[in-house]
Design a protein around this ligand. Structure first.
Ligand SMILES: *[C@@H]1O[C@H](CO)[C@@H](O)[C@H](O)[C@H]1NC(C)=O
Ligand SMILES: *[C@@H]1O[C@H](CO)[C@@H](O)[C@H](O)[C@H]1NC(C)=O
Length: 220
């Protein structure tokens, strides 16, 4: 019996061996780091609420499977109760990312937010990213994603974009040291009537707007 089990184990390991190993190619823990996070002046976008210096955080997941950006003050509103908020929120950040010997592409994007829009109101969430070199010149590697929600809709949500929903994707090059990853996000509300209410803001859980970029890595 023991012999039989051993034989079986032996056979199954032989059979299992040629199957493509489920290894994920990623830099080891700690090999990808986030340096400076620079936020553009809020006045850059005259129609919308911007984000202020110090209000955006960026971090790689500990296994480097994703890059998360957290926006402390990203909100837009329309309608009678909008107050000081404008119909559009826009934020652009330059993030210094270092991952010697590795390059990544964005394979999917999640938005984490709270949205409350009446019937007749739409919200468009757009995120674009690209790489720029030290002189501010575009390098290869970019993409964008757009998601439109139509009211009535009220939810604290995690919006997931699957592979293939990214547009204008271009594979990144093996970056030079300290290349900058530039990401901009916008949330724009539009309504068919001026009294219709709409609100986009951070998740109810922690009042923060989040974006998670799922990464695919390759060795340079
Ligand atoms: C981000 O990079 C762009 C392109 O180099 C530059 O024009 C912009 O001023 C930078 N923003 C900040 C806040 O550094
Ligand atoms: C990241 O992408 C992989 C491969 O496309 C997928 O299996 C996984 O579910 C994605 N994870 C997230 C958090 O989007």
């Amino acid at each position: 019996m023991l012999f039989f089990l051993a034989l079986l184990a032996c056979i199954s390991s032989v059979v299992a061996a040629p199957a493509p190993a489920a290894t994920v190619t990623r830099p080891p823990k700690g090999a990808a780091t986030v340096g400076a996070v620079k936020v553009d002046n809020p006045d850059l976008d005259s129609e919308g609420n911007g984000c202020r210096a110090g209000s955006v955080g960026a971090a790689f997941a500990s296994d480097n499977s994703a890059l998360t950006l957290i926006f402390d003050d990203f909100q837009a509103a329309i309608g009678p109760a909008a107050g000081d908020l404008r119909k559009r929120a826009f934020c652009r950040v330059n993030v210094t990312l270092t991952s010697p010997g590795w390059a990544f592409d964005v394979s999917s994007v999640d938005f984490r937010s709270y949205v409350n829009i009446a019937k007749g109101v739409d919200v468009s969430l757009v995120s674009r990213w690209k790489w720029i070199d030290k002189k501010g010149v575009d390098m290869e590697g970019k993409g964008n994603v757009k998601k439109v929600l139509s009211g009535p809709f009220q939810e604290d949500f995690l919006l997931h974009n699957k592979d293939g929903e990214l547009s204008d994707s271009q594979q990144s090059v093996c970056s030079k040291a300290s290349a900058t990853f530039q990401l901009s996000i916008s949330a724009t509300l539009s309504a068919s009537g001026s009294s219709l209410p709409g609100l986009v803001q951070g998740s109810a859980a922690d009042a923060k707007f989040g974006q998670l970029l799922n990464l695919t890595w390759r060795k340079c």
